[in-house]
Design a binder for this molecule. Structure first.
Ligand code: GLN
Length: 501
């Protein structure tokens, strides 16, 4: 009960439950994309919006796909149960990209999400766009999203909210529809950092292992990671200064395509860090430039494998239109043809190809090597060791050679990396619709490295104090500042992010 009161305080709620009647929100409402509880019950607790690929009892779970339209999973995801136990009430399901595949929440089979009022013409980011808009518009106090390659951080950056992707394996994924298992994490969105820190660290959610999720870190490893961090970390307390902390400025992230306002905001953030007593040092992460390509090989490969079960027989809505069910091949093709949207089909084709015997060596295996190098780059610059790895077991020089990467790394001196979340401010939805898939994938260039390495990362609003040319420009003040930390350094990253925002 005390915990619940503390949490309510963190959300700015009074200790006495307010019994305000809850207005139902329409199915995939045009301002954000929600499905709402069918009953008209009163909401007295912390309001939680849940991305539509996470099971919540009493709600449909469609993953924004025709193939799962109308599906109601008869149990709640562990994370939803845990949050309900902490006094949260699910108020709606949030719109998303189909199966989490996209960057602007526009690949939904139902209705695209768009940015919060009055910026409806702009992208809300993806794939957890509905979750971001839900908190931005005040329909929820906190929202669950999923982050495979940036899907919580990108919408946070585009809507001026906070999006946190925890260390891989920290929060349970049981009851979350998988996209790419080796990358998927459950993440949180809120208007400020504090409620997220309160939920994950303050409520000890990060300590809870789930035996039903094989990727949930086991208790022994979990407590080892936590003990290793104790004493060193601030255990999630609010920080007054950043003294003693070193922030890395990854040089490879200063790409040509970076919007000048974002570059300016990034520099301002680095100045603010120094003013607060933090030290800023340039660092090099040479494998970064290959990370995006590796991600777009690995994620579609895992997706193709995951989505094979939606055949209209084992899972998914069967398309029986026309010919008889006996013609199995036809049934599969028809079901998957009408059930999946174009982006999902593209990923399935890509993934099936890169896993095929003729291509696996050149694509999938190479991408796995790049993934190791990306992780190694991070491990080399962070002060803290990666508690999951013993570097001596890996000799990556051969891999490095085969991929042609030149190493020029400094000493392990950094506590956190600071970089933009996205290269631009939110684009117009009209522009997004005309972009090629490759242009769309490019947006994820800053978010996928942390995903490949399984590291915690947060996006907080970046201060873009540029003289706005128009009223609209003034409103479009959204850029995301990303902080990336070593594995299981979640508590500290949240404290630092809170101090910086
Ligand atoms: N935009 C990336 C993709 O389409 C990331 C999506 C995600 O994190 N779910 O795969």
């Amino acid at each position: 009960y005390v915990r619940c009161i503390q949490l309510r305080a963190a959300f700015g709620l009074t200790a006495t439950p307010s019994r305000a009647a809850h207005t139902p929100i329409r199915w995939y409402a045009t301002t954000g994309g929600y499905t709402d509880r069918q009953d008209n019950n009163e909401i007295s607790n912390i309001r939680l919006a849940v991305k539509d690929n996470i099971a919540a009892k009493g709600f449909q779970t469609t993953c924004a796909s025709n193939i799962l339209a109308g599906t109601e999973i008869p149990f709640a995801a562990t994370i939803v149960t845990q949050l309900r136990n902490h006094g949260m009430e699910v108020v709606g399901k949030a719109g998303m990209d189909e199966f989490g595949m996209g960057t602007h929440s526009t690949t939904s089979a139902f209705e695209s999400v768009h940015n919060a009022h009055p910026l409806e013409k702009y992208s809300a980011g993806g794939s957890s766009g509905g979750s971001a808009v839900a908190v931005k518009e005040g329909r929820a106090d906190i929202a669950l999203g999923t982050d495979t390659g940036g899907s919580v951080r990108m919408p946070a950056a585009y809507t001026g909210t906070v999006g946190f992707k925890p260390s891989y394996g920290m929060l349970s994924r049981w009851g979350v529809v998988p996209y790419a298992n080796s990358l998927d994490t459950v993440g949180f969105l809120a208007r400020t950092v504090q409620p997220i820190r309160e939920v994950i660290i303050g409520s000890n959610l990060y300590k809870e292992h789930d035996s039903r999720d094989p990727t949930s870190l086991p208790d022994t490893v979990r407590s080892r990671c936590t003990i290793e961090r104790e004493g060193y970390t601030s255990s999630g307390q609010r920080l007054e200064t950043l003294e003693g902390l070193t922030f890395g400025l990854p040089l490879e992230y200063n790409i040509e395509e970076l919007d000048s306002r974002i570059r300016q905001g990034w520099l301002q953030a680095l100045n603010a860090i120094q003013t607060l007593g933090g030290r800023v040092v340039p660092v090099s992460l040479p494998s970064t430039r290959n990370a995006l390509s590796a991600y777009y090989v690995i994620a579609p490969a895992e997706a193709a494998s995951n989505l094979a079960k939606y055949d209209g027989i084992r899972y998914g809505k069967r398309d029986t239109n026309g010919t008889s069910d006996a013609q199995d091949g036809v049934l599969y093709a028809r079901t998957r043809g009408s059930g999946f949207g174009n982006e999902v089909k593209r990923r399935i084709l890509l993934g099936s190809y890169t896993l095929s015997s003729e291509a696996i060596d050149n694509y999938f295996i190479q991408a796995q090597k790049v993934r190791q190098l990306v992780r190694r780059d991070f491990d080399r610059i962070f002060k803290l060791d990666n508690p999951l790895l013993d570097e001596q077991h890996f000799d990556l020089s051969e891999m490095e050679e085969s991929i042609g990467i030149e190493t020029k790394l400094g000493p392990a001196q950094v506590d956190f990396l600071v970089c933009p979340t996205a290269p631009t401010t939110p684009p117009l939805l009209e522009h997004v619709r005309n972009q090629t898939p490759l242009d769309l994938y490019m947006n994820d260039v800053f978010t996928v490295p942390a995903s490949l390495a399984g590291l915690p990362a947060i996006s907080i609003p970046m201060d873009l104090s540029i003289d706005p040319a128009s009223e609209e420009q003034k409103l479009l003040h959204f850029g995301g500042l990303q902080l990336i930390g070593q594995y299981w350094d979640d508590a500290r990253i949240l404290s630092v992010a809170e101090r910086l925002s």
